[in-house]
Design a protein around this ligand. Structure first.
Ligand SMILES: [Zn+2]
Length: 553
């Protein structure tokens, strides 16, 4: 009793100078959606990168001293910094300074204008690349561009356009640069031909074929990749993102992480990056993971860059395989069991509900030997998830990484699966009711744009980029629920839910001041939101008018 009183007194004495110390930054007169409690607060104070108080402007102002930076929100809405729980951000960053993109373009002429602009600054012979992130329904013309259109936009440069992981279009200069004249020149691929038998410039292939084709393009230099990483993360900050969880991916190897590590070492990361290790050599997955993680323990890193286990490809044999053999499941079990024994988080790419029982069988087998709930394993995608499988995930403590794939692929999904299933896809409300943990995200940048507001709008209106309504109101979350998936929900998957994702005392000061009020604006305009001030650990990593002067380089 006496001892605890002394301890308490000592702690109180320690706490007093800190309380008397004025805040580094205060934000006042706002509408701050904390997600820590119902409703909003007006003001927030930050010291040493963390939130020290939230409440009424009049109360928080008491923490201001002579040196305090005061930010008047003038009624603007503030949200916790957004976290994309499944974005191939490290790869997108490597290429951001050198690639073009068609994000947000609404017609083929508009897309061609982006190519024309890129060609203006490119040296003759330099590649112009759009490596995905678009879909034909986004264009008024509802079709893919032709080789003639592309050549007219960039006559002096080889051009490569990728459509998801299913096709690529090259201009004649591009085909010549890669020595492609016939099918055999693209192992696994097919040169598309028109009615007269002439090659159209489009090459069709599966994910492995298209990834191999991409690998034939010249890589950006190290300096370009470092610059791309800085630029891409600032672009994410512009859209209110303060964190990403990166699941590795195709066209990446261990050396691909060097530009990211350099930016981190220079303390210039403006997005918190948590990454996992994607399978390396086919058939040697366990050997590679054991080797690569000997000096990379689970959770290694800091608040800006941290290692979070394995996936989204754990074994090649189970990747996009709806009918795995016993031997393939056994191999997966051995890797998963090893991961569980080492306390590793695991995330697995799985597109189809009809076959996910194979994966869940393995997870349940491992779970009998080593409980996995506290390791926060997850399944990514699974857009057509059904109630029984979500319930199996919930029972295991396995979370669901859910993205807006339907925003680009709704029209194709309707053709393949029909209206009834489309209206339930993805089953966001069902999953919320079951209580399975859900992380928001995009799966950018090859198969989707990285814009979180587009994904949030899609969660709420279920409309594709082409404007087609897909999901029923029954499977639609509220605005607050959707925001929660993109903040607190995503933070759970990186073991960060006690540190970020909500705005409360003691949490990291990651937030975004929005260009309009997410909570009350028309749903159809949410996709056009931007941040006017983004903070990561209290540092203004992005700022636009009227806060532009606050940005810290
Ligand atoms: Zn995936």
């Amino acid at each position: 009793m006496r001892l605890s009183f002394i301890l308490f007194a000592a702690l109180a004495a320690l706490a007093t100078p800190a309380a008397a110390q004025s805040a580094d930054t205060i934000l006042t007169n706002g509408k701050i959606v904390t997600l820590a409690a119902a409703g909003t607060v007006e003001a927030l104070a930050i010291t040493d990168g963390k939130i020290v108080a939230t409440g009424k402007t009049s109360e928080v102002e008491k923490l201001a001293g002579a040196a305090t930076r005061r930010i008047d929100l003038a009624g603007r809405t503030v949200i916790p910094g957004l976290i994309d729980s499944h974005m191939h951000a490290i790869r997108a960053a490597l290429f951001y300074a050198t690639e073009a993109n068609w994000i947000g373009t609404k017609s083929i002429p508009e897309a061609m204008e982006r190519i024309r602009q890129k060609a203006k600054t490119a040296k003759p012979g330099e590649w112009i690349i759009v490596a995905g992130g678009w879909t034909p329904p986004q264009f008024a013309e509802k079709r893919r561009p032709t080789q003639a259109e592309l050549t007219a936009a960039a006559p002096d440069n080889p051009v490569y356009i990728q459509l998801f992981y299913s096709a690529a279009l090259l201009t004649p200069k591009g085909l010549a640069a890669l020595n492609i004249a016939k099918d055999e020149d693209v192992p696994g691929g097919t040169l598309e031909r028109d009615a007269q038998g002439n090659a159209t410039g489009w090459i069709a292939g599966d994910i492995a074929t298209i990834s191999r084709l991409f690998d034939r393009l010249p890589l950006p230099t190290f300096a370009q990749s470092v610059e791309g990483t800085r630029q891409f993360f600032r672009e994410l900050n512009r859209l209110g993102l303060t964190g990403v969880s990166d699941p590795g991916g195709f066209n990446l190897n261990a050396a691909s992480y060097a530009p990211l590590f350099q930016v981190w070492r220079e303390h210039q990361l403006t997005v918190r990056v948590v990454y996992s290790l994607f399978a390396q050599r086919r058939g040697k997955e366990l050997e590679d993971i054991v080797d690569l993680t000997q000096m990379l323990p689970m959770g290694f890193g800091d608040d800006m860059l941290r290692f979070n286990g394995i996936g989204e490809n754990v074994t090649w044999a189970m990747y996009n395989n709806d009918n795995p053999t016993q031997a393939q499941k056994q191999q997966y079990y051995e890797v998963a069991r090893w991961a569980a024994a080492r306390g590793m988080t695991l995330t697995q790419h799985w597109p189809n509900d009809k076959s996910v029982h194979h994966l869940l069988d393995v997870f349940e087998r491992v779970n009998k030997e080593i409980p996995i709930a506290k390791l926060r394993w997850s399944i990514a995608h699974l857009n057509d998830a059904t109630q029984p499988n979500l319930a199996r995930m919930k029972a295991l403590g396995v979370g669901w990484l859910m993205q807006n794939a339907m925003y680009f692929q709704g029209e194709a999904f309707l053709k393949e699966r029909g209206n009834e299933i489309m209206r339930l896809t993805p089953p966001i409300r069902t999953a919320l009711n079951i209580g399975v943990m859900i992380g928001g995200g995009t799966d950018a940048h090859r198969v989707m744009s990285y814009n979180p507001f587009v994904s949030l709008q899609w969660m709420l209106d279920g409309k594709t980029v082409g404007g087609m309504a897909t999901r029923d109101a029954d499977e639609t979350p509220s605005r607050e629920e959707a925001l929660r998936l993109y903040t607190q929900g995503s933070a759970w998957f990186t073991h960060d839910d006690g540190r970020r994702g909500t705005l409360a005392r003691g949490r990291l000061a990651d937030l975004a001041v929005l260009s309009a009020d997410y909570m009350t604006m028309p749903v159809g305009e949410i996709g056009a939101l931007t941040s006017v001030l983004t903070m990561v650990g209290g540092r203004a990593v992005y700022a636009a008018a009227p806060y532009a002067a606050l940005e810290e380089k």
